[in-house]
Design a protein around this ligand. Sequence first.
Ligand SMILES: O=C(O)CCC(=O)C(=O)O
Ligand SMILES: [Fe+2]
Length: 269
Amino acid sequence: MIEVRPLSGSIGAAVTGISLGDLGELGDLNDGRFSAIRDAFLANCMLVFPGQHLSVARFEAFSKLWGEPVTSSFLEYIEGHHGVSKLFNRGKSKSVTENWHSDTPFLPEPPSINLLSALHMPVGGDTMWCNQYLAYETLSSGMQQMLCGLKIEFNGDSLAGLTGRVEDFRSCHPVVRTHPETGRKSLFVGPPTITARRFEHMTEEESFPLLHWLHQHSFQPHRVYRHHWSDGDVVMWDNRCTLHYAVHDHGEDAERELYRITTRAEKPV
Ligand SMILES: O=C(O)CCC(=O)C(=O)O
Ligand SMILES: [Fe+2]
């Protein structure tokens, strides 16, 4: 039987009692079990399925239940497996994920649901998530009103530079977005020196102080879950109402490998 256990007081739940690798079961997920997982996902913003040890094909099959893969030119994908990439330890100085971010917010339709499947994990190399519904709900009513209607111009230049791409990635999205499935409002921000550079129609200088404050407000420790990985864990998170941060404390040579899929392109509203 599926069991859902919260992992912190603010975000995340562990789901046990289900084998995601069992394709027969996956078919059956269209019954009550799929809706149990979906409800747990929408309520907790991120889920951990411990000890799944999925093959790439089965990881793909599970991900497909949540939507079509979203790809970007920043990543390389495994041949024969559309939208599946392999994350590995590139060294701390080359890490682009050791900051609080949501994935590819500079796309017109960023991915909504992201999944990782852990192959080989080191000691350390944790990942953290924070809850952006709570980040919005804990703002004063005055700040909430002021932000309502503002947009951030998200910019992919610095990521493009680091990964040698030359395309111009820019999209404006609402700072306060409404989740299409839960109807809840969340704070949609990013690292102001990397992607969330300015408010629409404002300069970077004008925008920075408030963007910086909103970003810092988002990942206060009491709104964060920190996951200590084990090989075989599958994790999925809602890219629409969370930020995440990959801690690089495992050294340059430690093995750290995960499969990664991002799904369901959606325009933030
Ligand atoms: O390596 C990780 O734990 C997560 C990296 C990341 O930011 C991502 O996959 O989007
Ligand atoms: Fe990420």
